[in-house]
Design a protein around this ligand. Structure first.
Ligand code: PLP
Length: 380
């Protein structure tokens, strides 16, 4: 079996689960309790926050722990919209965001906000000029993802931040897929808010964070206790917080060597397909692409058939498409890139890990060849 769906989720690294298990076994305290058991748990939360802040070049108080990127994105977008309504009701995002961003903007449209959805070119890239043209005096928030989860397109977030520097709009970025693949220095990027989720970098599921630059005022939803400096009430999940800090440290330390390996694997995969004479085209621009994601158009089979056959052969991959009532909806990302095109229904996303081997890649290529030959026979 070959799992090649690492942008959906990654397994927890052994060092991460060890660090978490140690907390589960020995630190059951509530960080809000003032006795020693509570203080020990508080110490873990505080030092994890400090470690994470250092890795992102942020201040500890600028890190808000959440249940993942979905919550971080919701907090950032709704929080900014509701806090800043009096300054304007215009919002900007892109057509290729993850649903945890896109659907929040669609919801806000129903609440009376006006949203501009920036288009992309056929490589999934947003033009700075389009952003410049979309900006209005009443724009209060811009949200553009750093790296796309379906095609791996990297946006020039730092240049967008520069463009927004003298504008009132807050700038948020969903950096989920870039964690562990691109340096994330919040000061250098110049952004106001940034979302991460631990399970995309070999950490546990159910924990993430929102970086909120000091002075970025938001309306927070979760009321109750004074946790997270009153921005998100609820007892902290101490083991998961420890797990995320450990995972981010590992991902940052090993980023360069893992990226080198991932680029080798991508190269190897594309060559393996060429060697087998399987027709394909890449969706995206390899020079502005996350190293772990390869999205390919196979002009001979619909993606749902492809995914089923691959699954039966023990190859686990994805499409960006959502399955609704048995019929497959083309991916909104590929539709933004190519319009209405058969390509949007004949593309597969492969996402690799630095731990994969050439043998595994060959196995995937062999299975793709079988599917290709089967289709060829049928159409002859
Ligand atoms: N944003 C992007 C780009 C993603 O790939 C994901 C992962 O599914 C999310 C947000 C949501 O993360 P989570 O499901 O951990 O909240």
């Amino acid at each position: 079996e070959v799992y090649a769906d690492y942008s959906a989720t990654t397994p927890v690294a052994p060092a991460v689960s060890e660090a978490m298990m140690k907390v589960y076994r020995t630190q059951y305290g509530n960080p809000s309790s003032i006795h020693r058991t509570g203080r020990a748990a508080r110490h873990i939360v505080d030092s994890a926050r400090r470690d994470i802040a250092r890795l992102l070049n942020a201040e500890p108080k600028e890190i808000l722990f959440t249940s993942g990127a979905t919550e971080a994105n919701n907090t950032a977008i709704k929080g900014a919209a509701y806090k800043r309504e009096h300054l304007g009701r215009h919002l900007i995002t892109t057509q290729i965001e993850h649903h945890s961003v896109l659907y929040v903007f669609q919801y806000l449209e129903k609440k009376g906000f006006e949203v501009t959805y920036l288009p992309v070119n056929r490589y999934g890239e947003i033009s700075l000029n389009d952003l410049k043209l979309a900006l209005r005096p009443d724009t209060i928030l811009v949200s553009v993802m750093f790296g796309n989860n379906e095609v791996g397109a990297i946006q020039r977030v730092d240049e967008m931040a520069e463009l927004l520097k003298n504008h009132q709009a807050f700038f948020h970025t969903d950096a989920v897929q870039t964690a562990g693949h691109m340096p994330i220095d919040v000061k250098e990027l110049g952004i106001d808010m940034l979302s991460l989720t631990a399970h995309k970098f070999y950490g546990p599921k159910g924990i993430g964070l929102l970086y909120i630059r000091q002075g970025t005022e938001l309306e927070f939803q979760q009321l109750g206790g004074a946790q997270e400096t009153k921005r998100r009430a609820g007892t902290e999940n101490v083991p998961l917080i420890q797990g995320m800090a450990t995972a981010l440290k590992l991902a940052t330390e090993h980023m360069d060597e893992r990226n080198v390996r991932l680029m080798q694997l991508k190269e190897y995969f594309l060559n393996a397909l060429q060697d087998r004479n399987i027709p394909f085209e890449m969706n995206g621009n390899r020079n502005m692409q996350l190293p772990h994601i390869t999205n390919l158009y196979f002009p001979f089979s619909d993606v749902e058939i492809m995914l089923t056959l691959l699954d039966m052969a023990g190859v686990f991959v994805s499409s960006g498409s959502a399955c609704t009532a048995g019929s497959i909806e083309p991916s909104h990302v590929l539709t933004a890139m190519f319009g209405e095109d058969p390509r949007t229904k004949q593309s597969v996303r492969f996402s690799f890990s630095y731990k994969m081997t050439e043998e595994e890649i060959d196995y995937i290529a062999d299975q793709l060849l079988k599917i290709y030959e089967m289709n060829k026979e049928r159409s002859e």
